[in-house]
Design a protein around this ligand. Structure first.
Ligand SMILES: Nc1ncnc2c1ncn2[C@@H]1O[C@H](COP(=O)(O)OP(=O)(O)O)[C@@H](O)[C@H]1O
Ligand SMILES: [Mg+2]
Length: 383
């Protein structure tokens, strides 16, 4: 009899979902202070007052998204007056995309008709808010992507000044920034800065013992006993600490266990962890590459093809090498600057014979970047 691959029931996972990146854990420690501050900002709305605008800052994997989601769960369980709306700006990266998402969430799943102009969309949202007398709280998660695309000012302006056009419309804003290099103050126009005076909540990186605590909790919840030996668990905590992102630890555990399952073993070996790490360490790279546009990806992959140990590469050379795929030079410059923001490349200047040249270098091993070429071509989140 042929073995039914999908029905293979020898699993080492009690609950594999607890290792998913967007899993919201029941037990969420070490962030009480930040959640308190978030709650404090939102509380006035319960009494008909104004929400304090808030900015959450901290590198990836410090619990920012989860803290906001926890607060949002509690709001949803407490009142219908406040409507929390979480927006992932890595996926919805333009003013229009964000407002259609707001419309869809507010109306519990209605899509704006195709061809709706921004003005009409905004009117529809405002009328809905007035008719239902609700207070939306919009969380712009990973809003640093809006900074790179130069969309943040437009979005904040529309959200924060909505009550000037519609008297009864007040929208609370929570902005999450996960890029420490983004200088929010200098990114904001004066007209936005004058109405956006946020309180800032800081999310410091987890310590080694906090990382161990979080991962241990997931292992207990997600794996059968004895699947992951203590010394391998310690090795995973160590690796996670070095990468500075708890998501890498979660992914590493999941992949290590899947490797053991594939070899039909009852527990994880050192080699399973090593093999898993070669993929997990590129989690962030994968994250970023997945949302690049075709033109942006073409530049990145061209640079990866050109990269070797010997040559210095100028931005001009990359543009030329793109041949038919090249965009106009101004767009090309915007693209390389975005790749720099995303920490995929480094840009420096060098004095050449006649003038200055811009040197571009890849921050990753080109082979590791090129490995994503297929993935990028095959799955776009918003198509
Ligand atoms: N204090 C914590 N306790 C349990 N799990 C956590 C904690 N902080 C983060 N996580 C988990 O780590 C992952 C990344 O957290 P997330 O909130 O997405 O971080 P950020 O938004 O800062 O990048 C998620 O899977 C989340 O469940
Ligand atoms: Mg996040």
């Amino acid at each position: 009899m042929k073995k039914n691959l999908l029905m293979w029931d020898q699993t080492l996972f009690k609950d594999i979902e607890v290792f998913d990146i967007d899993y919201v854990p029941e037990q969420f420690e070490y962030r009480d202070e930040q959640i308190q501050e978030l709650a404090y900002a939102v509380r006035p709305a319960l009494a008909g007052g104004r929400i304090l605008n808030t900015v959450c800052r901290g590198v990836p994997g410090t619990g920012k998204t989860t803290s906001v989601k926890k607060l949002f769960e509690e709001i949803e369980g407490t009142t219908k007056k406040i409507v929390p709306i979480h927006i992932n700006c890595q996926i919805d990266g333009s003013e229009y995309a964000i407002f259609s998402r707001i419309y869809t969430k507010l109306t519990k799943n209605r899509q704006p008709p195709t061809g709706t102009s921004f003005k009409m969309l905004f009117d529809m949202i405002a009328k809905y808010i007035e008719n239902e007398s609700v207070v939306p709280i919009v969380c712009l998660d990973d809003a640093n992507y809006l900074v790179y695309e130069k969309e943040l000012n437009k979005v904040l302006y529309a959200l924060l000044r909505s009550h000037e056009a519609y008297e009864n419309v007040r929208i609370g804003v929570i902005v999450i920034i996960s890029d420490p290099d983004v200088d929010l103050e200098s990114s904001l126009d004066a007209r936005v800065a004058s109405v956006f005076r946020p309180q800032i909540i800081h999310f410091a990186p987890y310590t080694a013992s906090e990382i161990a605590g979080i991962l241990f909790q997931r292992v207990t919840q997600g794996l059968y006993p004895n699947v992951l030996a203590n010394e391998l668990f310690d090795r995973i905590v160590d690796r996670t600490m070095k990468c500075g992102d708890i998501r890498i630890g979660l992914d590493l555990i999941k992949r290590s266990v899947m490797n053991a399952e594939k070899s039909a073993r009852m527990n994880v070996t050192d080699d399973d962890v090593t093999a898993a790490f070669s993929i997990s360490r590129d989690l962030r790279l994968a994250d970023v590459v997945r949302v690049l546009s075709d033109e942006e990806a073409a530049v990145l992959f061209k640079l990866a093809e050109m990269t070797n140990d010997a040559d210095i590469i100028t931005t001009k050379e990359v543009h030329t090498a793109l041949g038919e795929k090249a965009t106009g030079y101004t767009t090309f410059v915007q693209i390389i600057e975005k790749l720099d923001h995303l920490r995929l490349v480094t840009l420096t200047y060098q004095n050449a014979g006649k003038g200055r040249q811009r040197i571009i270098s890849l921050r990753y091993d080109p082979k590791r970047v090129l490995a994503f070429r297929k993935i990028q071509a095959g799955c776009k989140p918003n198509t």
